[in-house]
Design a protein around this ligand. Sequence first.
Ligand code: SF4
Length: 321
Amino acid sequence: MNNRLISVKNLVKYFPIRKGVFRTIAGWVKAVDDISFDIYEGETLGLVGESGCGKSTAALTMFRLEEPTSGEIIYQGENIARISKKKMRDYRKDLQMIFQDPYSSLNPRMKIKNIIAEGLVVHNLLDNKKRMKKVGEVLERVGISANSMDRFPHEFSGGQRQRIGIARALALDPKIIICDEAVSALDVSIRSQIINLFKELQKEFNLTYLFIAHDLSVIKFVSDRVAVMYLGKMVEIAPTKKFFQKTMHPYAQALVSAVPVPNPDYKRHRILLPGDVPSPVDPPKGCHFHPRCPKVMEICSKAEPEFIEIEEGHFVACHLY
Ligand code: SF4
């Protein structure tokens, strides 16, 4: 295993629910509820879970795009959860994000050269001539002609716009990129091109990815390790091969059972979960998954399971183990 690049310890992000004229706090949305994990240099950690499980909030909070309620985020030996916003700007260059919808994340009134150079301007890097040279280089690297840099986002297709989003992140020579549902909105053929581009860039620039998706088949293809979240909690983390061979958490087992297998003779036993994901305002006591769990036991509604290492690198939060 490579060096730890970032360590998240007991990270919590609650959003207040305000009511009445005086906007008093009436409750909390427990979006991220005490999660701990590491990301290693040069790996792709795939983060999966149903929408609303807290995976995007966890990513935004890790980069201080949302302020953490509590917990630690250790990066380069420093707890970046507690440093000043001004100091955080120095780190932000290393930590880039690529979003699901490349159209809404690119300012339609800006030429793509200015969109890509924006981060360099904010961080006061390079003079204008060198910035434009860099813009041309990163555009070419993601498969778009440098001659297109004077065009606007609407002049590109969805796949090309996602390439522009990637070029914008690359311009800052980041160490870690969060890809938040970065291929979910793309057609299947374009999706595989973009995934291959991510893989090529990772090798070339030794990039580390936190790859967030609700589609476990995408996660299976891109990730070195898989992390599963349910209702604000981390429930399982394992190396990808181990995860699919020996999925341990009943929620993760249900997700895996829904992944299509390219073998017509294979009989799939899909695990259908009853009910919907409960509200993060008032999550169930004990194990958050217990009202839907096919293997629920008496203890599950009383005590919250600890997130423990069952085998080397395989962590799970479940009373079965
Ligand atoms: Fe199911 Fe209990 Fe494990 Fe939760 S702790 S996943 S309810 S068996």
